[in-house]
Design a protein around this ligand. Structure first.
Ligand code: SF4
Ligand code: SF4
Length: 500
């Protein structure tokens, strides 16, 4: 690790515990602000607008009117305290504004001031505050210290979802002209070029060709990664990190090997060469819809019968919950399959029906654990069984690997800890927050490592993989200890001569 760090990396504690309140501990951490061009490409004003207070207050009223859940979240907190020590950013920084209830209160106190009678008449008595520049700055800081992971909502007795509060706050910030550079720049690239990386079609075609050569060299089988192949049965929509970043690309190679061995007809699309939908992170329905519509259009243009999503947590949250709401009906797809479907569901079905030949001993050099990605675990489903999003990935791992060990139960499944880089925070200027926010997951990893000598942690989310590759070394692990689930699958496939 060559980069200079100017913060103390926390010691991994023996157990996950409240670090004690340290006021303002992370108040200096905020993402770069979006410039004119990043804002305007998304339909937002390029700088803080005149009359921003009034516009922000109006937008807050519009959002509580539009989203019934937000109105309920503003009105129903009982201040019971159950959520206070459940956020990884609080556990990693000790900053009290990273307690979920305090984060919500940054918005709630303004809501009270302008939208409740007691707040209008006796603001001090009910903790209502005016929307000032300081408050706007606090919103910018602390609503960008929430990865929208929903862990706190699991523990809230009335189900308040801080991720939705954060999305609303970010939508207000964008509306008055003070958005975040990283996320808004990425969304602009998807609108323009079809993927987060700004990868044009010729570069994508070259990359896929190179991967085909690598696979053939590795296993002696001509596995194809087709692009824009009209008439294919399956459109695979995957995070663009899968095209070249480690360990993501090994996951893409794994999907290709699975499709090849099962004899499935599939294609990628240069028009929809991105599964990620960062519109979710800024709560912008319009941008989320525009990004999602590329997928329906690509599916129609290519004449596919199925849409399958690769390993991307928030993309699956968006796709699973509301792809057809965003894009319009997907009535042209084959109703014999879920639409959309996750690649883990595809592989799971193929394994169950004996259409994949696997030898789990091929992974005997690995002792793995599994990180439940927040957006999959708490924001989606898989298969047609409750909790399938937790079960199916584990059943696939157990089918292709003999050495699988769980992290402690209070850190997995729907209680999983965020990687620390989700929700649009995977940007270099937030590295201190990302490292500190990863602390609870690192503690759980260290626990299972001490008991079982773990070599790798497996994930099915592109952001988790990028985040862990970056932060694992801060805690004494190696960056290549994070793996794509489909790398494990691909490595366990057994190839016969007639498949060559
Ligand atoms: S949604 Fe996640 S990141 Fe946001 S406050 Fe809750 S636990 Fe923290
Ligand atoms: S757990 Fe829910 S009700 Fe209790 S303080 Fe937190 S947000 Fe409020």
């Amino acid at each position: 690790m060559t980069e200079k760090i100017d913060f103390d990396v926390p010691e991994i504690p023996a157990r996950i515990e409240d670090p004690g309140v340290q006021p303002h501990a992370s108040s200096h951490l905020k993402p770069y602000r979006a410039q004119h061009q990043h804002q305007e490409a998304l339909g937002f004003p390029g700088e803080l607008v005149d009359g921003w207070q009034e516009k922000a207050i109006d937008k807050l009223g519009e959002l509580t009117g539009k989203y019934r859940s937000l109105q309920v979240f503003m009105d129903s907190c009982m201040k019971c305290g159950a959520c206070t020590d459940k956020c990884h950013y609080y556990l990693g920084t000790g900053d009290p504004n990273n307690m979920p209830v305090a984060r919500q209160d940054l918005l709630r106190n303004v809501y009270r001031r302008y939208y409740t009678l007691p707040g209008k008449l006796f603001p001090k008595l009910v903790g209502a505050v005016d929307l000032t520049e300081d408050v706007l700055d606090q919103w910018y800081t602390y609503f960008h210290q929430c990865s929208q992971c929903r862990r706190c909502s699991v523990f809230c007795p009335v189900g308040i979802d801080t991720s939705e509060v954060s999305m609303a706050a970010r939508e207000i910030l964008d509306t008055v002209g003070t958005g975040q550079k990283y996320v808004n720049e990425v969304i602009g690239k998807v609108h323009r070029l079809g993927n987060n990386l700004g990868l044009p079609e010729p570069a994508l075609a070259d990359t896929l060709e190179g991967l085909e050569e690598d696979i053939e060299e590795e296993i002696g089988v001509p596995v194809r990664l087709p692009l824009d192949q009209a008439g294919a049965d399956i459109l695979l929509v995957t995070p663009s990190a899968d095209f070249f970043a480690e360990p993501h690309v090994d996951g893409l190679i794994g999907y290709a090997k699975v499709f090849h061995q099962a004899g499935l007809s599939w294609t990628l699309s240069s028009h929809a060469s991105e599964a990620a939908n960062f519109g979710l992170f800024i709560g912008s329905y319009d941008n989320m819809q525009q990004v999602a519509k590329r997928i329906r259009q690509a599916a129609l243009d290519l004449g596919v019968k199925r849409i399958v999503f690769g390993e991307c947590g928030h993309a699956w949250r968006v796709a699973y919950n509301f792809l057809s709401t965003l894009t319009g009906p997907l009535e042209f797809l084959d109703t014999a399959f879920p639409s959309p479907q996750h690649v883990v569901e595809v592989t799971h079905n193929l394994l169950q029906s004996g259409r994949l030949q696997v030898d789990p001993s091929a992974n005997d050099d690995k002792r793995v654990t599994y990180h439940d990605s927040c957006n999959v675990a708490r924001g989606s489903g898989m298969g047609d069984i409750p909790g399938g999003q937790m079960l199916l990935p584990r059943q696939v791992i157990n089918a292709v690997c003999n050495n699988f060990f769980e992290m402690p139960a209070n850190t997995t499944g729907d209680a999983t800890f965020c990687c620390g880089g989700g929700g649009g925070l995977l940007t270099d200027e937030l590295i201190e927050l990302r490292v500190k926010g990863a602390l609870p997951r690192m503690q759980a990893l260290q626990t299972v490592d001490k008991a079982h000598d773990i070599t790798h942690m497996v994930a099915i989310c592109a952001i988790c993989k990028s985040q862990f590759a970056k932060v694992l070394p801060y805690y004494g692990f190696q960056m290549d200890q994070i793996l794509s689930l489909h790398q494990l699958v691909g490595d366990a496939l057994v190839w016969k001569v007639n498949e060559v």
